[in-house]
Design a binder for this molecule. Structure first.
Ligand code: PGA
Length: 250
């Protein structure tokens, strides 16, 4: 049985004070969803604050990005070993905003995925098509290409220690959620593709859905056979809303 994982991606939001408030709310309510894995991914600079606040709580934390390098002359980068120093469990890699706004391609994303694993972090590998790609009917080939870059570099077994997040770009931050069936279809495609290579990996890997998940639509999404939780943007910035989503997986 795969557990439900609900991970908050705070993106470029928060301050010391707002994060303290948000974490207090989340920690106070997390017990109500004891069988759900919960995580938050703050901006890098707030990771020490989050690590201190959440230590000993059931809520894990991770980064929104990670360097493909471990150390050296790479100005502005943050490595897996640095994230490990602050007990990060997860690292998001290949979020569509990194891919589209910062021109991170499949090969670069795969190297980040490899760096996260090598450093003992669980990569949350984001895949998903744009609206144009969906309308052209190429959703599956886009998602397959994004997965293949990682599988070619690291092998399919690497996904044993990873999470996949299917995030249709047209549903991110738009209020336009994929229907549970639209999401399920792509999740089943991903799991089927992995099963052709390794049934054990396909059975084990958590595949999250991301894109305008809210308290009001989480339960119907999480009820689908191949949806194992969510990667939550906007709604993860509000403790009550985030907790509603967590409870939907309980
Ligand atoms: P959203 O973002 O929930 O605000 O749509 C999801 C994401 O980008 O991970």
């Amino acid at each position: 049985m795969r557990q439900i994982l609900v991970a908050g991606n705070w993106k470029l939001n928060g301050s010391r004070d707002s994060i303290e408030q948000l974490l207090s709310g989340i920690v106070a309510g997390a017990g109500a969803a004891a069988n759900v894995q919960i995580a938050v991914c703050p901006p890098f600079v707030y990771i020490p604050q989050v690590a201190e606040r959440l230590a000993g709580s059931p809520v894990a934390w991770g980064s929104q990005d990670i360097s493909d390098q471990d150390s050296g002359a790479f100005t502005g980068e943050v490595s897996a070993s640095m994230l490990n120093d602050f007990n990060c469990k997860y690292a998001i890699v290949g979020h569509s905003e990194r891919r589209s706004l910062y021109a991170e391609d499949d090969a670069f994303t795969a190297r980040k995925f490899a760096a996260a694993r090598k450093g003992g972090l669980i990569p949350i590998l984001c895949v998903g098509e744009t609206l144009e790609e969906r309308e052209q009917g190429v959703t599956e080939s886009v998602v397959a290409r994004q997965l293949d870059a990682v599988i070619e570099l690291e092998g399919v077994a690497a996904l044993n220690d990873a999470v996949i997040a299917y995030e249709p770009v047209w549903a991110i931050g738009t209020g336009k959620t994929a229907t549970p069936q639209q999401a399920q279809d792509v999740h089943a495609f991903i799991r089927g593709k992995l099963a052709e290579l390794n049934v054990g990996v396909a059975d084990k890997v958590q595949i999250l859905y991301g894109g305008s998940v809210k308290g009001a639509n989480a339960a119907e999404l999480f009820a689908m056979a191949d949806i194992d939780g969510g990667l939550i943007g906007g709604a993860s910035l509000d403790a009550n809303e985030f907790l509603k989503i967590c409870s939907a997986g309980a």
